[in-house]
Design a protein around this ligand. Sequence first.
Ligand code: ATP
Ligand code: RIB
Length: 324
Amino acid sequence: MEPGGVDVAVVGSVNVDLVATVRSLPLPGETVSAVGFGEFPGGKGSNQAIAAARLGRTVAFVGLTGTDPEGRSVRASLLGEGVDVRQVGTDDTAPTGRAIVLVDEAAENSIVVVPGANGRLAPAHIEGAGEVVRRAKVVVAQLEIPVEAVLAAAVRTTGVFVLNAAPARALPPELLERVDVLVVNEVEYEAVTGRPLLVGATGAPEVPAHLSLPCSLVVTLGGRGAIVLHESVLTRVSAPAVSVIDTTGAGDTFIGALADALSRGEDLPAATHWAVHAASISVGALGATTGMPGRAEVLAAIHRSGGKGVPTTPDLDPPRPGRG
Ligand code: ATP
Ligand code: RIB
């Protein structure tokens, strides 16, 4: 990583989320009436950028929107969060990405993503943003954009490269070997490793310590927290018990907070502890980014959990305004 860069560069998708709340999710062939509806900023990449920015990091987002009003709206949302959007391009051949999100009374969700312009993000765009990626302390990517663009970002990274392998798919070896920290949920774990997450004698999920991955691994486990496999040592982090309204974006809050902590020099188990607590707060509100916490809220959650794992790094930089 070179001096003068942002703390976190996120390369990924940006969507408008069309969120309908329903009493229960429709079965195949069934039509149900919504009890509520709202539009929210979304997309895994944009969500992760916003999560890291709320926690005080300098963040740049690299992505693509359409030339439509939705594109201007998501750009304004990122800018309003202090994210540098100078590397957000526009494509006049595709609309801004959208996600149709259903959330039921039990906080179960079901999501259909319409990639739109996200599907057009190409290695050439990443090349154009090369300096931002090259100079960032932490670079984060997900799989809602073409894998060639993710690889182009990995190749240019000189800091820590974090890959959130979501949505689930097998990874090309040339990408995996450039990853420093791979973050997956239980479904994605199976897609990436080709085997299901094992359950140990205690009923707790297990990751074999000899798993042959060329990188560190974090598996998020929803309300059960996360497991970290780092330098052959397995660490479990429990999530605090919270009231859940909508888990959409919980994984993204986790990634943004993990990137925040890694960019401050925390080690991976400590960063995971921080990320678990940040993500547990995010599930308390409707909309992917609505419940994303600031630093003080995460510290308060850690204190409520007994105070172990308070970060050792000071919050160095106050948030800086984004650039449009
Ligand atoms: P999503 O796709 O819904 O954004 P995900 O499947 O990527 O989420 P999860 O493993 O479900 O990721 O959750 C990520 C993190 O969010 C968990 O590690 C935990 O910190 C927090 N979290 C999720 N659900 C709960 C819950 N019910 N209670 C407390 N924390 C939760
Ligand atoms: O991870 C949650 C996100 O996935 C939503 O905001 C939606 O846009 C989809 O990309």
